[in-house]
Design a protein around this ligand. Structure first.
Ligand code: SF4
Length: 219
């Protein structure tokens, strides 16, 4: 499907900004974690896991350790047992070890606040990096999760097969003023209106601009 032009992209954001609450005071770091280290680990745990299972795993793990050094004092078996609820626990336990080693070895145990720095750490991909940048460090970055990816490619803000590519295109195509709250408008819109299975097109504020809607009308 074709992508919207610059003026249309601007219109979409203006309408979403009006219809959705955006970044609210209670918008917490990934899964509500209080610092960048726990945000990164929590994000790693969330891969292919439901929120409630990620929360269970994170609570059990952070009851054992909350710093890279303390985490490295645990065995992989201890970590794997604690994070079992979130699945892929052996692989995630190994990634957590590699992440903590790199964080201590290359950054003195301090999580870097740049995308390049975060992406250089084992286990941290574009989605985790952008979520940590946006939520924990308060940077103007549109993090792309499954909702944002779906919504952007339905409307025509982007035309991308992967969430990472959507993130790149959004960064290139979004007006600067929309970068701070864009993630929140898009995710709220994806949960309330442009839902995965049955989007509520009849009540959608951007249906006249939406490429997916236009394609359905043509069929
Ligand atoms: S018209 Fe439908 S598919 Fe398009 S953005 Fe709105 S809810 Fe989503």
């Amino acid at each position: 499907m074709p992508m919207l032009d610059e003026a249309q992209v601007e219109k979409v954001y203006r309408r979403l900004a009006k219809a959705m609450p955006g970044r609210t005071r209670d918008a917490k770091g990934p899964k509500g974690q209080p610092d960048a280290f726990r945000s990164c680990i929590s994000c790693m745990l969330s891969a292919q896991s439901l929120d409630r299972n990620t929360a269970k795993a994170a609570d059990a793990l952070f009851a054992l350790a909350t710093t890279p050094a303390d985490m490295l004092a645990l065995t992989d078996g201890q970590v794997a047992r604690a994070i079992k609820p979130c699945g892929l626990y052996n692989m995630k336990a190994r990634n957590i070890r590699r992440f903590c080693e790199a964080l201590l070895g290359e950054h003195g145990g301090i999580v870097p606040d740049t995308r390049e720095g975060l992406l250089g750490l084992p286990g941290i991909g574009r989605k985790c990096a952008d979520i940590v940048l946006s939520f924990t460090f308060g940077k103007d970055v549109i993090a792309v999760d499954t909702h944002v990816h779906r919504v952007c490619n339905r409307i025509g803000l982007t035309e991308a097969k992967s969430a990472d590519r959507t993130a790149q295109q959004l960064e290139e195509r979004s007006p600067d003023w929309a970068l701070r709250d864009g993630h929140f408008w898009l995710i709220q819109f994806g949960k309330r209106v442009c839902t995965a299975r049955t989007p509520k097109c009849a009540m959608c504020p951007v249906s006249d601009l939406c490429e997916y809607y236009a394609a359905m009308a043509r069929d």
